[in-house]
Design a protein around this ligand. Structure first.
Ligand code: NAD
Length: 468
C-alpha cells in the first residue's frame, strides 16, 4: 500500500471543506453537518475452537437528518474508527446526492474472514448483530446495514435472521438489513448493483462529450482500455458488464497477490473462477507479481474497486488513465485528486459512482416495507392491455404482428427489469446534475466538488427545514 497523504477521514473532510467554501452555508451548520454524530465501539467474546475470542466492531452514524441511516458493514483487519467515520460521512453525502432518503452510517468488524470457517463467521455475525441491536444500531426504522468489503448475502441473511429472533413482533424485520438473498427478502439485481451502477455511470459520462473531451478522450466505451483494481463483488461485475455489453477491453486486473495483463482483453469470468478456486490471481495467463507496473499501465480508464487510499502523492504521477471512476470508497486521496485534476484526469467521484449499491438497497428496503415484489400487481394487467391494443392494430391494418416481436411487446417488466430501470435512471440523473453543476460555474474545479456541493446543499436544506 502506498504511504497515505492524510488519514481517510481527513481526506473526506478536506473534500467537504473545499465544497462547503463554495456553498452558502453558516459556519455552525457547516460544522454540524461535517462531524459524525456517534461512533460505537463494541467488544464481545465468542467461544470458538475451545477458546474465548474477543472481537472488536464499530458502527458509526454520521448524520440523522433522514432516518433510517444506511451504510454497509465490512469485515477487515484494517478497520478502525477513522475509517468507519470517513465511510459513514461519505454515505450521508452519497444518499443526499442520489436522493435515497437516508442518513449516513457505516460499520466494521475487525476480522479476516479467510481465517474462519463459514459456521464460525455465522456465530460471530450473530453475536455482532446482538450487540448492534442492543444499541438500536440495526433496525428497519433507525439503522439499516448492507454488505461491503468481506461481507455479502450470507452475512446479511444471518443478521436479518438474528434480528427477527430478537424482535419477532416487528412486522418489518426483513427491512433491518439490505443485500439479503432473494429467498430471505432480498431483491433481484442487488448483488451486482454497485458494479452495474459503475457501468451506467460510465455510459452516462460518455453521453457528455464535453466532459470526455476535457479528459482527452472521445467516442464511446467500445474499445476503451480499462484497468481494474480488485475483482471482488464491485470490480468483477463492473468489469464483466463493461467488457461483455459495452465492448470495452479489460487490459489489466490488480489483486492482492499480483496482477494479470492481456492487451487483447482478459477473460473476466475465467479469472473470477480462477480466484474462487485458487484464492488469488497467481497462475492465470498473463500473471505478474509487479502490481505497480500494472497500475502505471497505459489505459483510458482506471477502476479502483478494492479499498481506500490506493492513489496518493507517492504514486499519482505514475497513473496514465484519462478517467478514474472511484468504484471503491475513497481510493484517491484529496491531495492526489488535486494533482490529477491539474493534468485533466477526470475523476468520477465515489459518492456518485458507487451509489448503485445503496440505490438498489433502497429499492429492497421499500420492497420489505411494502411486503410485495415490484411489478407483481401490474405485470399481467400490462400483458392484457397490450394484447388488446395489438389485436386492435391487427384488425385495423389487416395483418398479424410478427410472433417473436409480439412476445417481447406483451411481456410486462419483471422485478429485475424494474430494478435496472430505476438504477439506470438514478445513475443517469446523478451524472447529469453533477456535470451541469461543474460546467455551470468556473469556480467549481471538478465533478467531486460539484457532487459534494449538491450533497451539502441538500443536507443543509433538510436541517434548515427541521428548524435546527
Ligand atoms: P469485496 O471484498 O467483494 O472485494 C474486494 C476485492 O479487492 C477482493 O477481490 C480483494 O481480494 C481485493 N483487494 C483487497 N486488497 C487489495 C489490494 N491491496 N490490491 C488489490 N486488490 C485488493 O468488496 P466489495 O464489496 O467489492 O467492495 C470493494 C469496494 O467498493 C470497497 O471500497 C467498498 O466500500 C466499495 N463499495 C462496495 C459496495 C457493495 O455493494 N459491495 C457498495 C459501494 C461501495
Amino acid at each position: 500500500m502506498p504511504k497515505r497523504d492524510e488519514s481517510f477521514l481527513a481526506s473526506v473532510e478536506l473534500m467537504f471543506d473545499k465544497a462547503a467554501d463554495l456553498v452558502g452555508i453558516a459556519d455552525d451548520l457547516r460544522h454540524k453537518i461535517k462531524v459524525c454524530n456517534s461512533t460505537y465501539t463494541v467488544r464481545f467474546g465468542v467461544r470458538l475452537r475451545n477458546k474465548l475470542y474477543t472481537f472488536t466492531g464499530y458502527r458509526s452514524v454520521h448524520s440523522e437528518h433522514r432516518e433510517p441511516v444506511k451504510g454497509g458493514i465490512r469485515y477487515s483487519m484494517h478497520a478502525d474508527q477513522d475509517e468507519v467515520e470517513a465511510l459513514a460521512s461519505l454515505m450521508s453525502y452519497k444518499c443526499a446526492l442520489v436522493e435515497a432518503p437516508f442518513g449516513g452510517s457505516k460499520g466494521a468488524l475487525v476480522i479476516d474472514p479467510n481465517e474462519w470457517e463459514s459456521h464460525e463467521i455465522e456465530r460471530i455475525t450473530r453475536r455482532f448483530t446482538q450487540e448492534l441491536a442492543k444499541r438500536s444500531l440495526i433496525s428497519p426504522a433507525q439503522n439499516v446495514p448492507a454488505p461491503d468489503m468481506g461481507t455479502g448475502e450470507k452475512e446479511m441473511s444471518w443478521m436479518a435472521d438474528e434480528y427477527k429472533r430478537l424482535y419477532p413482533n416487528d412486522l418489518n424485520s426483513w427491512g433491518c438489513v439490505t443485500g439479503k438473498p432473494v429467498s430471505k427478502g432480498g431483491i433481484r439485481g442487488r448483488v451486482e448493483a454497485t458494479g452495474r451502477g459503475i457501468q451506467y455511470a460510465l455510459q452516462e459520462a460518455f453521453r457528455h462529450p464535453n466532459d470526455i473531451q476535457w479528459a482527452g478522450l472521445d467516442g464511446s466505451l467500445a474499445g476503451k482500455r480499462i484497468v481494474v483494481q480488485g475483482l471482488g463483488n464491485v470490480g468483477y461485475h463492473a468489469a464483466q458488464f463493461l467488457s461483455q455489453e459495452d465492448e470495452a477491453i479489460i487490459v489489466g486486473v490488480i489483486e492482492r497477490d499480483g496482477a494479470v495483463v492481456n492487451n487483447d482483453g482478459i477473460d473476466i469470468d475465467g479469472l473470477h473462477k480462477h480466484i474462487h478456486n485458487n484464492g488469488g490471481v497467481k497462475g492465470f495467463e498473463g500473471f505478474t507479481e509487479d502490481t505497480e507496473s500494472v497500475l502505471a499501465m497505459d489505459c483510458d480508464i482506471f477502476i479502483p474497486a478494492a479499498l481506500e487510499g490506493v492513489i496518493t502523492l507517492s504514486n499519482v504521477d505514475d497513473i496514465k488513465a484519462n478517467i478514474i471512476i472511484e468504484a471503491a470508497n475513497g481510493p484517491v486521496t484529496f491531495s492526489a485528486s488535486e494533482r490529477l485534476r491539474e493534468r485533466n484526469c477526470l475523476i468520477i467521484p465515489d459518492l456518485y459512482a458507487n451509489a448503485g449499491g445503496v440505490t438498489v438497497s433502497y429499492f429492497e428496503w421499500v420492497k420489505n416495507l411494502g411486503h410485495i415484489r415490484f411489478g407483481r400487481m401490474q405485470r399481467r394487467q400490462h400483458e392484457r392491455q397490450t394484447l388488446d391494443m395489438v389485436s386492435a392494430i391487427e384488425e385495423m391494418v389487416g395483418a398479424k404482428f410478427p410472433a417473436q416481436k409480439l412476445q417481447k411487446i406483451i411481456e410486462g417488466p419483471t422485478e429485475l427489469d424494474l430494478v435496472r430501470s430505476g438504477l439506470d435512471d438514478v445513475m443517469r440523473e446523478g451524472y447529469q446534475v453533477i456535470s451541469a453543476k461543474w460546467n455551470s460555474d468556473a469556480r467549481i474545479p471538478d465533478l467531486r466538488t460539484a457532487a459534494m456541493m449538491i450533497a451539502i446543499e441538500r443536507i443543509r436544506d433538510s436541517y434548515s427545514s427541521l428548524g435546527i
